[in-house]
Ligand binder design. Structure first.
Ligand code: NAI
Length: 310
């Protein structure tokens, strides 16, 4: 149960820490182009070994791809001053292509999870570049956003977050949307819950502000502390556990659509069945008309970004 993490920055290191504690992996290799950073993170993480479940944590290199079960890519570069989003996208796309070349060269059979942003576009870049199947390369997508959504609903409703089932779909970014029609609290639809608890009066505004809170979370946290790392680290553990433990979990990862939802050749998040073979199935949820439109809107926004790369 070997996991290679590429990128030992805020997200990669926090994920490594959370994964080590989860007991799901027996070997974690951390790779970063900044060798000192990788060495430092691995030393610090390793000093916790007496307190984790048994595992080994090492600084890795490209040869570690050959026998990895899962490779999680968090490597990327931050926006430079004066640089456009498209310039940044191009730079990150070439980083992802370089890493995919190394993975292919090592004849790796790992499941590759892309985290680097813009995650949907870069997942497609990795797929196009490698020509691997969509089951083997996918993005972390809106697993994090859906967790945030569940958290804000639980706060608003005063219900344990684990009883809230709710999904953010589409782009991991500005065009994402809440699938309210799928949202339920212990099986009771959110509409029914709101009504039977006398909460309907301000519900339209409150539901909008729940979604705004989700969408703006990353911006707020980055303003406060420079990066988001803890919740994404947990979201990545959830995804990687589903693979390592073959748990057939339903997660909103970013997958290349092939006709599902009337969309083709674009990566975005919809519910998927995740197991040891990666994405085993793309689930087609019964979305409302507005939600279907929102999904198509997200797809057109992402298609534009992809065209920008040509
Ligand atoms: P960071 O800047 O702290 O870490 C990135 C690391 O990647 C750096 O240490 C850098 O040296 C390394 N790197 C760059 N090029 C490399 C290469 N070719 N090979 C190996 N390592 C390389 O950034 P942070 O905060 O860890 O974020 C990483 C990425 O994750 C960003 O793109 C960020 O937007 C994204 N992210 C995605 C989320 C999601 O839900 N999909 C949530 C949070 C962050």
């Amino acid at each position: 149960r070997k996991v290679v993490i590429v990128g030992a920055g805020a997200v990669g290191a926090t994920f490594a820490y959370a994964l080590a504690q989860s007991g799901a992996a027996s070997n974690i290799s951390l790779i970063d182009q900044n060798q000192n950073l990788a060495e430092g993170q691995v030393a610090d993480l390793s000093h916790g070994l007496p307190f984790y479940p048994s595992l080994s944590i090492e600084v890795g290199d490209a040869t570690d791809y050959s026998d990895a079960n899962v490779i999680v890519i968090t490597a990327g570069s931050a926006q430079r001053s004066g640089e456009t989003r498209l310039d940044l996208l191009k730079r990150n796309a070439s980083i992802i292509e370089g890493i995919m070349d190394d993975i292919i060269e090592q004849q790796s059979r790992a499941i590759v999870v892309i985290v680097t942003n813009p995650v949907d576009v870069l997942t497609q870049v990795a797929l196009n570049h490698s020509r691997w199947s969509r089951s083997h390369i996918f993005g972390s997508g809106t697993v994090l956003d859906s967790a945030r959504f569940r958290y804000f609903i639980s706060q608003e409703m005063g219900v344990d977050v684990k009883s809230v089932h709710a999904y953010i779909l589409g782009e991991h970014g500005d065009s994402e949307f809440p699938a309210w029609s799928l949202t339920n609290l212990g099986g009771v639809s959110i509409q029914q819950y709101v009504q039977s608890n006398g909460l309907q009066e301000h519900w339209p505004e409150r539901s909008r502000s729940i979604f705004e809170a989700v969408k703006n979370s990353a911006y707020h946290i980055i303003d406060y502390k420079g990066a988001t790392n803890f919740a994404v680290g947990q979201a990545l553990v959830r995804i990687v556990k589903a693979i390592l433990r073959d748990s057939h979990s339903i997660l909103t990862v970013s997958v290349k659509l092939k006709g599902e939802y009337g969309l083709n050749d674009i990566c975005l998040s919809v519910p998927c069945l995740v197991s040891k073979d990666g994405i085993e199935k793309v689930l087609v949820a019964n979305l409302s008309k507005e939600e279907q439109q929102a999904l198509h809107h997200s797809a057109s926004v992402l298609k534009q970004s992809m065209e920008g790369l040509l």
